[in-house]
Design a protein around this ligand. Structure first.
Ligand SMILES: [Zn+2]
Length: 106
């Protein structure tokens, strides 16, 4: 999906590949046979990571400020603060685990 104008504001806010929080921002999937809801209380599910922090697991991470999502590998640094732009009211770019990848085929 290309850039999409999501809000009539000055200046306009443009995002790639997602919607802003508050607009029903969610990820999509087709076949729920391959996704499992977890009740795990592991800290990677509840931690919001700073830009540039090392990702604890591979998966899809979401910026809570704007809903932008990325696919990212374990042990690599999450994208930096200048990865994308926020209006002031959205705070800093940070990352929260949304979907953990099953990289070992377990
Ligand atoms: Zn963001």
């Amino acid at each position: 999906m290309g850039p999409k104008r999501i809000q009539w504001s000055e200046p306009p806010i443009w995002v790639c590949c997602g919607f802003s929080e508050g607009d029903g921002s969610v990820a999509w999937y087709k076949d729920d046979a391959y996704l499992t809801r977890t009740s795990s209380s592991h800290e990677w599910w509840s931690t919001t990571y700073d830009a540039g922090a090392v990702a604890p697991v591979s998966g899809i991470y979401r910026c809570p400020g704007c809903g932008k999502e990325i696919a990212h590998n374990q042990d690599e640094k999450l994208p930096p603060q200048n990865h994308h732009q926020h209006s002031d009211d959205r705070g800093k770019v940070r990352w929260r685990l949304l979907v953990r990848s099953n990289t070992k085929g377990e």
